[in-house]
Design a protein around this ligand. Structure first.
Ligand code: HEC
Length: 288
């Protein structure tokens, strides 16, 4: 008779053999980052979201819209949590179209939506060959394509940061020249189309977005005016911060969901224990 453990061992062996094959099929490797909001108890890091917003506003917002973001979201609990006064002052730096205003436009208010790129879609398409996508939900619309058996591990480790891992890898994944030995899907030497940039992780490698970062480009400042360490002023750090910020834009209630989930699990555990005691008591006198 075949023992269960033999079947189990055979299963493990099959998974082990499949591993290298699956890894080879996956294309570019996307490195998993450490995110404060990962795991069962993860929470957004408010300082990181504030830095990420600065990067979004100074670097990305001239090409990408974020239609689902409103100024007032920036002060809500669980987000960057800027103060009411900061958000008011920030909104007042922008002008929005309002047919009811005397000149047809006015200063933005905290209740207004994020104003968009300031360029028409036609101009953007002419410049880049396509309109840059809206970034409101992009952190959840992209993922890491982990083939079997990796997705099984991801399931058990509650891995759900594929979108932000991809975005971080994308933003720092540019090469100035096509790396030697790169081939296209037919196995021919890779030729980069005109007007495109080579990106290690973008599907097909030819992306219309120019490399967005250079080191030192965004001047982070501490609230008290003290110097920010130099290692914080790198493309890698900007990329992490803006990815975390866009994760928050896509999923603003993550902190609440995680704490609600934890409370439900605690309740279920206590309830199960209680039921076990009830069962013991009820069946105590019954012979078996
Ligand atoms: C100069 C204009 C420009 C800037 C600045 C810019 N982007 Fe883009 N972005 C584009 C264009 C164009 C595309 C479409 C690329 C394509 O599909 O080939 C794009 C695509 C993307 C995508 C989608 C990639 C995919 O998998 O489809 C993401 C994510 C993204 N940008 C994030 C950002 C972030 C974050 C910033 C700021 C750090 C930024 N972009 C700055 C022009 C820009």
């Amino acid at each position: 008779m075949i023992k269960i453990s033999t079947i189990f061992a055979a299963g493990l062996l099959a998974v082990g053999l499949a591993l290298p094959v699956a890894a080879a099929e996956q294309g570019a490797h996307i490195e998993k980052q450490h995110w404060s909001f990962a795991g069962l108890f993860g929470k957004y890091d408010q300082n990181q979201l504030q830095r990420g917003f600065q990067v979004f506003r100074e670097v990305c917002a001239s090409c990408h819209s974020a239609r689902l973001l409103s100024f007032r979201n920036l002060e809500q609990p669980g987000g960057p949590e800027f103060s009411e006064a900061q958000v008011k002052a920030l909104a007042a730096e922008y002008t929005v179209v309002d047919p009811e205003a005397p000149e047809g436009s006015r200063k933005a208010l905290p209740s207004d939506a994020w104003p968009g790129t300031g360029q028409s879609d036609a101009d953007l398409a002419a410049a880049f060959g396509l309109v840059p996508p809206d970034l409101s939900v992009i952190a959840k619309a992209r993922k890491v394509n982990d083939a079997f058996p990796n997705w099984v591990f991801n399931y058990f480790t509650t891995y759900s940061e594929g979108g932000v891992d991809y975005m971080h890898a994308l933003l720092v994944g540019y090469e100035e020249e096509v790396p030697a030995g790169t081939v296209d899907s037919q196995g021919q030497p890779y030729v980069l189309p005109d007007g495109k940039f080579f990106n290690e992780v973008f599907p097909g490698h030819a992306i219309g977005m120019p490399p967005p970062f250079s080191d030192g480009q965004v001047a982070y400042a501490n609230a008290d005016g003290s110097d920010v360490p130099a290692e914080m002023l790198t493309a890698d750090q900007y990329s992490k911060d803006v990815s975390a910020f866009l994760m928050w834009v896509a999923e603003p209630h993550l902190n609440e969901h995680k704490s609600a989930g934890f409370r439900v699990l605690t309740f279920l555990l206590l309830f199960a224990a209680l039921m076990w005691f009830v069962k013991q008591r009820l069946w105590r006198k019954v012979e078996h």
